[in-house]
Ligand binder design. Sequence first.
Ligand code: ARG
Ligand code: GLU
Length: 736
Amino acid sequence: MAKDFSLRFLLLCAFCVKLTVAVADEGMWVPMFLAKYNEADMQSKGLKLSADDIYSVNHASLKDAVVQFGGGCSAELISGEGLIFTNYHCGRSRVQSHSTLEQNYIEKGYWAMNRSEELSNPGLTVTFLVRMEDVTSEILKNVLPGMTEVERYTAIDKTSKQMEKKMVEDTHYEAKVKEFFGGNEYYIFITETYKDVRLVGAPPVSIGEFGGDTDNWMWPRHTGDFSLFRIYADSLNNPAEYSPNNKPYKPKKYFEVSMKELKEGDFTMVFGFPGRTQEYLTSYAVKQLVEEEDPLKISIREKRLAVMEKAMDADPQTKLNLHSKYAGIKNYYKKFIGESIGLKKVDAVQRKQELEKQFTEWLNANESRKTKYTNLLPELEKTYAEFAPYNKGVVLYNEAFTTLDFVTYVNSFAKLSDLLKKGVKREVLSVEVEKHTKYMRSFFKNYNQSLDLESAKHQIKAIINYMPEILTEKQKKKYRKDNEKYITTLFSGDLLDSLKSVATLNALIESEGPAQEGGGGKNKSDIVKSENGFGAYDLAFQFVSTVTQNFKEYVYPNYVKLDIKLDSLNRIYTQALREFQTDKLFYPDANSTLRLSYGKIEGYAPNDSVVYTPFTTIDGLIAKENPNDKEFIVPAKLKELYEKKDYGQYAVNGTVPVCFIASNHSTGGNSGAPVLNTQGQLIGTNFDRNWEGTAADVMYDPAMARNISVDIRYTLFIIDKFAGAKYLIDEMTIVR
Ligand code: ARG
Ligand code: GLU
C-alpha cells in the first residue's frame, strides 16, 4: 500500500513540476491558427518552416498532401502520381475484401507490380481540406438571448445548412460547419473527395500486425503497420467514380521522404484527422467514464470476443471473414482498459476535483462572476447523476443490441414494414425491395447464424437484465421462464432463412393491395398497404421491433434530454474555464477535422524503475519471434534478410529501425497520419499510442502520452527488400 501511495505521489508531483515546461506537447492545433498561436513556439523548438508552408489557401502547402482516408483514418501523398501511405489496419478491410482462402492476401500480402494490378475499392474515398474559415459570428447571429437549448440548436442548424449550401454552389466541393470548444465557436470546412482509390500494396498480416493484440497499444513495438494506395482522377484531375480511363491523381503537394538520421529529442509533428477527445470534462464525467462506462463496455466486448475467437479457431473461412471485425472490437476493448488504468494512474478525477475547487474559489472572489456561473458545477454534478442510468442503457443498446447481425438485418426489413403500414406505391416498393434484396444477398453471403446466436445469448441477457421494460409483458413472461430457450427461438423463424426471405419478398411485390375505389375486385392496386406491416408474424422481427420501439420511447428521449442539457452546461463551463485560466493556450477537442500536433522523439517511464527508450529495431523484432504464436510469426523472407543482414540502403548502425515513439498528442483517426521532421519531410506513419497514454483523450499527461509510428526506413525496407517493389520507391522523392 505504502509503495503504491508513494508511486502515485511521485507521478502527481512529476506532473506538477513538468506542467509548465512540457505542456506545449499537448494540443491538437487548428491549421488556420498556426501563425497566430503556434508558429513562434514551433520554430523555437526547431521547425524550419513557416505556418504558411503548413497551411495556406493561396498556394500549395503541406495540408494539400494530407487526406482523410475512408472516413476514419488519415493518409499522406508521397508521389506526384497520387501514391499514398496509410496504416495496414486502415487498409486491412480492403485487403480482406480482395482475398479468398485460395488467394489470401491477408496471409501473403499484396503487391501490385504495375498500375494494371492496382485493385479498385468500391466505396473507399479520400478527402482533402480545401480551406477552413471561422464563421462563429455568422452562425451565432440567429441565436437570441433566452432561447432554449433546442431552439438554439435549431437556429444553428438552419444557418449552418444555408451557409454550407451557399459556400459550394456550382462546385464539386462539399462544405460542413463544425462546432469547436463545445459550441462556443464554429468553423466551416470546404472539402474535396476523390472516389477512385486503389490498393497498391500491403505487407502480410505477420508484418502489418506483427505483435497482434498482445502488442497493440503497447511499447516497445515492432509492427509494419502501413499500406499503399493510389488516388485516381478523371482527365481534368477531378474526382470521379472508378473508371478504367481514370488517371493517377496529380497532387498540388506531396511529402518528401526522409532517410536522415533520427535521434531522441528531434522535433516531430503529426498532421492528420484526430477523431474525438474530451479534455474539458468535469470530475463527475470522468468518474462516470472510469467507474461505469469503460467497465461496462469492457465486459460486453470480452464475452463477444470470446464467442468470435471460438468460431474463428474452428473454421478458416470464418477466420478470414471476421478478421477485420474482430480486430476492430478487440482494439477498443483494449483501449478502454488502458484508458481506465491510465486515468487512475494520472489521478484524473482527483486532479479535476482540484481544478474545480480552484475554479470555485475564483468564482467566489468576484460578485459578477459569482452571479454568472454560481450554479454551474452543482448543476453539472446533478445532471451527470441523472444521466448515468440512461447513458448505461444507451451503451448497452449500442454495444450489446445493435451489434448483433440479426438485429441489423431485421432493421432493414423494418424499413419496408413502415412503408407498408403507411401504404406505398407499388413502383416505390419494388425499388425498396430491390435495395433490400441486394443487401440481403451480401448479408447471407457471410452470415454465421450459430455465432450470432451465441453472442445473442450473452448480449440479450445483459440488456434485458438492465432494462426489462423494453420487452412486452408476454415476451417478458417467456423470457423469464427460460431465457436461453427464448433467445434460441428468436433464430428459428423465416426471416433468418435466406430462401424463405426471398420468397416472402417476391410475394410482397406480387401481393394485392386494397381494392381500388370503383375498381373491379381482382385488379392489383397501385398502392400496397398492410395494417400489420411486414414480418409481424416472425419472432425475431417482433423482438427487434419491440425492443427498438420501447428503447426509443422510454430510454432514448431521457438520454437525449439530459445529453442536451449537459452539452449546454459543458459549453458554459468550457467558456468559464477559458476566462479562469487566462494564461493557458486552449486548443479545441478533436472532432475529425485536420489538426497539427507537435512534440519530440522521446521515451517515457511508466512505472517505478521502468524506462523506455524511443526506438526499436529489426533485432528486437526477431527477438520476439515465436513460431508457435500466430501473433509473433516472422515471415521466412524477412528472417532471411535479417540473417544475411541484407538491409541495403536502409541499414542504420548494422540494423534496421522499425518503430519510434514521440510526444505528439494524437488519438483515433490519426492512424496513417504523416509524422514529419523540422522541414516537413516524412519520417514515419503514425499508427498507435502507448497504453497508459490513451488516457490523453480525457487528460493529457506529458510524462505519459506517446504516439507510436512506423519508421519510414522500415516501410521502405519492406517495400524494396521484402516485397521487391522498388519501382514504388523510385516514384518517391527520397532525401538524405
Ligand atoms: N491501436 C491502433 C488503433 O487504434 C492499431 C490497431 C490495429 N492493430 C490491431 N492489432 N488490432 O487503431
Ligand atoms: N490506431 C489508432 C487509429 O486508428 C490511432 C491510435 C490512437 O488512438 O492514437 O486511429
